[in-house]
Design a protein around this ligand. Structure first.
Ligand code: ADP
Ligand code: ASP
Ligand code: MG
Length: 466
């Protein structure tokens, strides 16, 4: 069971999470994976930015505010001062490490990816002892565990990939004996370590991924992701108020939604469980009596067609073009070897048939290093004007219409685009994957809400299917 940031956002949320865990532990062997308290990872990253600018004082002030926040939660979770002391000691250790890292960074005015990971990870390392303490308080044995002991990754800081064989070995060796004894392990989400013990993070929102990594490593019967909404909805409820919970959805559909920005799932969440076909539930920790969404290999067919909509906003359109590129057969190859070399995640590609222009979309956080690498790769061609421009447009968004078996249903694209046209949403580019489980299009960022509301209404997603 994984509990996201809002599900451990304060003492009362942590107590609710603990009671869910204690009830589950009566029925089965259960491992918890926890995020940092909501907002904490952002604050930690802010602290590293201050440190990098040389402002150690501001960085440590943030750590001090976080200390107070966790102390408040601790005080209200554990009535007994004696019990608090050992937890407080652990929290202090973690915070002292944070201070040292920020002071070192401020001194050098250099923030390495390794240090950024080390500081970003502190939130989970603060929340796990609190949750474990709350579980004990609620009546089950529990132990906080650092995922650096379990999840082995490569050394790609900020987006590390797990090495499943080693992870399986370590996780089983460490966690099975605890489970045998009826202890509920509370594992830090979001983090792992390289074979030689260097801490890494799995990327923002990565605790979902941690949960399925451990679920697969431990041969779990199911993974439950507890969050602040009733499951996977037909669209982001913050943008489309009529959005509805989808009772069952396939791996492919859920992965497509996650990949195209549905924040409820980290994009890599389903990778580890596909092979073993482990079902993943998304449920609301604030309404634990509701069933939520079940993600299964096949999903539940509604006869094909549109299931849900999603949008990604923090993306940038990059185009490489010019009349000369027709004569350069390797431009496409070189463009995408370059994006691969800088590990930029390419979300959508579109090439005009005149071949004057290749445009593709990457996450905005990847845009600068991608463009720099492309300018270097094509420096000679730019000088000879074979490649005329490499341009960047950050004010765009991708909207995706997702559903399995859209192949069988003609006119979904036509229906989408005429509805958008009617509501004056201007399309910049269109792409349909060959799987036909999504149609995605690029629009101006400011039109996202309108596009979602229009398409949601057009496909009747607000009304339940039989
Ligand atoms: P957690 O902290 O539990 O990991 P997140 O904030 O990362 O939670 O993800 C949950 C949020 O995802 C919801 O509050 C909701 O606003 C957003 N969201 C975006 N798209 C969807 C969708 N299709 N279904 C459900 N939630 C969505
Ligand atoms: N705490 C991390 C983040 O905010 C991971 C997570 O919450 O899933 O990105
Ligand atoms: Mg999340």
């Amino acid at each position: 069971m994984k509990f996201g940031g809002t599900s451990v956002g304060d003492a009362s949320c942590i107590a609710r999470a603990a009671s869910i865990l204690v009830n589950a532990a009566k029925e089965c062997r259960c491992v918890a994976v926890v995020s940092a308290m909501s907002g904490v990872t952002n604050r930690l990253i802010e602290a590293t930015n201050h440190a990098e600018a040389g402002n150690a004082v501001e960085a440590t002030a943030i750590l001090e505010a976080l200390r107070k926040q966790h102390e408040v939660a601790l005080t209200s979770l554990l009535p007994n001062e004696k019990g608090r002391e050992s937890i407080r000691g652990k929290l202090e250790e973690v915070l002292a490490e944070g201070r040292r890292l920020c002071e070192g960074t401020a001194l050098l005015r250099e923030l390495t990816p390794r240090t950024l990971d080390a500081v970003s990870s502190l939130g989970e390392r603060l929340s796990a002892p609190l949750v474990a303490a709350a579980v004990k308080e609620a009546g089950a044995a529990s132990e906080a565990i650092d995922a650096t002991e379990l999840v082995v990754t490569d050394a790609f800081h900020g987006g590390a990939e797990p090495q499943m064989d080693l992870t399986r070995e370590k996780s089983q060796a460490r966690l099975f004996p605890l489970l045998e004894k009826g202890i509920v392990p509370v594992v830090t989400g979001f983090i792992g370590a390289t074979v030689d013990g260097q801490l890494t993070t799995l990327g923002r929102g990565g605790s979902d991924f941690s949960a399925t990594i451990l679920g697969a490593a431990l041969n779990a019967d199911e993974v439950i992701i507890w969050t602040d909404v009733d499951g996977v909805l037909t669209a982001d409820p913050r943008l489309v108020p009529e959005a509805r919970t989808i009772p069952e959805i396939s791996y492919r559909e859920a992965a497509e939604l996650a990949y195209f920005g549905a924040k409820v799932l980290h994009p890599k969440t389903l990778n580890p469980v596909v092979q073993a076909a482990i079902p993943v539930w998304i449920r609301n920790s604030f309404q634990p009596d509701r069933l939520g969404t079940k993600i299964t290999p096949e999903g539940r067919s509604i006869g094909g067609g549109v299931k849900a909509l999603t949008a990604i906003r923090d993306v940038t359109l990059i185009s490489v073009g010019g009349p000369g590129i027709v004569g350069l057969p390797d431009v496409v190859g070189r463009t995408f070897s370059t994006t691969a070399a800088v590990r930029a995640n390419v979300l959508l590609i579109s090439q005009s048939s005149s071949q004057n222009d290749i445009c593709f979309i990457v996450a905005s956080t990847d845009a600068q290093r991608t463009v720099e690498a492309l300018r270097k790769e094509f420096a000679k061609d730019l000088a000879h004007q074979d490649v005329e421009h490499i341009t960047v447009d950050p004010n765009i968004a991708i909207v995706a219409v997702v559903g399995e078996n859209m192949r069988g249903i003609p006119g979904i694209a036509g229906k989408t685009f005429s509805a958008l046209g009617r509501d004056a949403v201007n399309l910049i580019a269109i792409a349909q994957g060959s799987s036909e489980s999504n149609i995605s299009f690029v629009i101006e960022e400011k039109a996202v809400k309108q596009a979602l509301v229009t398409a949601h209404r057009e496909f009747g997603l607000g009304t339940p299917h039989g």
